[in-house]
Design a protein around this ligand. Structure first.
Ligand SMILES: Cc1cc2nc3c(=O)[nH]c(=O)nc-3n(C[C@H](O)[C@H](O)[C@H](O)COP(=O)(O)OP(=O)(O)OC[C@H]3O[C@@H](n4cnc5c(N)ncnc54)[C@H](O)[C@@H]3O)c2cc1C
Length: 434
């Protein structure tokens, strides 16, 4: 349980006013999974009112907007004009500030890389009130340290980002049932060459010969001439806002071994969709269709544990990790697997290798289990995604991100007195004084 003082600034001056009294951390739509955008007993600047579009260069597809603008707002405005964000995570309810601070990635990471690849520059308010522009050629250290910088270097105010030209808001999709881990690794390697979007659901309860089995979903943006006649009538259609929701927290006993197994079968069936063309909404953001979906995990909630490990010895390491999870008794629920491309920002999560994101309902066993999993991931040469982590220790973080000293040097330069501070910053000792 944590309590912070939230305020909703409309500009840099309002952030500065608070910063002169106390520490703060910026926050977007709060879609990171743990303590990234909280600041116990101190301030949180909820930036969602800083959400104006400032300039649009149609010829080059470059949008300048305030940092509290969400991907949803961008899609709703620019989708019908034939443009979508270049990098889409699994939800559209994220702001540009949040997307930069976690250097988010999507299903096309192996082709498009992470969010940094669509950002030309941003402006940021620093601890001393200066507003600087950061880009690949101006204040480069500040630029690279903010991708994965968890809001601990300043308040990002505006950004220039590149959108992607599209002919339709549909995707040509192909799904296939995967029988085991060898099949999975062979399929992702083979199809990542021909499909820009690729993600797999893995049945993390499967063991023995079925270890690593699941469903691989692949896709490419659909061109206008490929669409079936009935979709051609409105090729840039937007999706209506979903009215489905989970009305209350489900009791924890609902997620027992049996129901998780049954749900895994349902997910496998739904994922293996026979539909050739799917709308971007279903393709990118399936969970957005159910408001308050997190209530399904009960009041104790869940953690999402996402790691990436190198390709070298990847098969053996994945096998051991999946066996460890299946034997843990921790009831892994939604497990998303993908092959990643190269990473870039100083503390950005991705690097070339295999990533697996697992939802675990919070339980007593889980607290004892994740440190074991951390050790295994580390020994495989891997690391956790800080945008989702809620349990890593400072020592384990430093072992997983040995480049942390390089980031701390930037922190000491721009925020020597730790005016920007947060719960995760304290937990992982991401402080100028450490
Ligand atoms: C259903 C779901 C699916 C997801 N799928 C993916 C996925 O596929 N890939 C992926 O990478 N992530 C994914 N995420 C995580 C999500 O994309 C990131 O956590 C993202 O950063 C959330 O953005 P936000 O606006 O909600 O930021 P918040 O959660 O509010 O904040 C995240 C971080 O950004 C910082 N921040 C926010 N605004 C600013 C600002 N103006 N200036 C400086 N720092 C700022 C905060 O301090 C914090 O450290 C998913 C999350 C959910 C809930």
């Amino acid at each position: 349980m944590t309590e912070s003082f939230a305020f909703e600034p409309r500009n840099a001056a309002e952030c500065m006013e608070v910063l002169q009294q106390d520490t703060l951390v910026p926050r977007g739509l709060g879609r990171s999974y743990a303590d990234q955008a909280t600041n116990d007993q101190h301030y949180v600047a909820v930036c969602t009112k800083m959400n104006y579009f400032m300039a649009w260069d149609e010829a080059n597809g470059i949008l300048e907007c305030q940092s509290g603008t969400s991907l949803e707002e961008i899609i709703n405005t620019f989708g019908p004009k034939g443009w979508l964000p270049m990098i889409c995570p699994g939800t559209k309810f994220v702001t540009i500030g949040g997307a930069i601070a976690n250097d988010i990635h999507g299903k096309a990471h192996h082709i498009d890389g992470s969010f940094v690849n669509c950002v030309l520059s941003f402006t940021i308010m620093l601890a001393d009130g200066r507003i600087l522009t950061a880009s690949r050629t101006e204040n480069e250290d500040l630029f690279w340290a903010n991708f994965g910088g968890l809001g601990l270097l300043g308040v990002i105010l505006t950004a220039k980002i590149k959108l992607r030209k599209i002919e339709t808001t549909y995707f040509r999709q192909k799904s296939m049932v995967i029988k085991d881990l060898d099949h999975m690794l062979e399929a992702v390697t083979k199809y990542d060459e021909t499909f820009n979007y690729s993600v797999a659901w893995i049945d993390a309860l499967a063991t023995g010969k079925k270890l690593g089995s699941g469903v691989l979903t692949l896709g490419n943006a659909a061109k206008l001439n490929e669409l079936p006649e009935k979709l051609k009538a409105d090729p840039l259609k937007l999706h209506a806002t979903s009215k489905l929701f989970v009305p209350f927290f489900l009791p924890s006993f609902v997620l027992n071994g049996l129901t998780v197994r049954m749900m895994n079968k349902v997910i496998a069936f739904v994922q293996n969709s026979p539909k050739d063309f799917v709308h971007y909404e279903k393709f990118f953001f399936p969970l957005d269709a159910i408001n308050n979906w997190n209530r399904g995990y009960g009041k104790r909630g869940f953690i999402q544990y996402q790691f990436v490990i190198p390709e070298a010895n990847g098969r053996q390491n994945l096998k051991e990790i999946l066996e460890l999870i299946a034997a843990s008794g921790c009831r892994p629920f939604l497990n998303v697997f993908k092959k990643m491309g190269e990473g870039q920002g100083i503390l950005s999560f991705p690097f070339k290798g295999y990533t697996l994101a697992i939802d675990f309902p919070v339980s007593r066993e889980l607290h004892a289990f994740t440190p074991k999993l951390d050790e295994k991931v580390l020994s495989a040469g891997g690391r956790l995604y800080l945008g989702k982590d809620g349990m890593l220790t400072a020592a384990m973080f430093r072992a997983m991100y040995p480049q942390y000293e390089q980031w701390l040097a930037v922190k000491r330069k721009y925020d020597p007195h730790d005016r920007f501070s947060s719960n995760i910053g304290r937990r992982l000792e991401l402080s100028a004084r450490s």
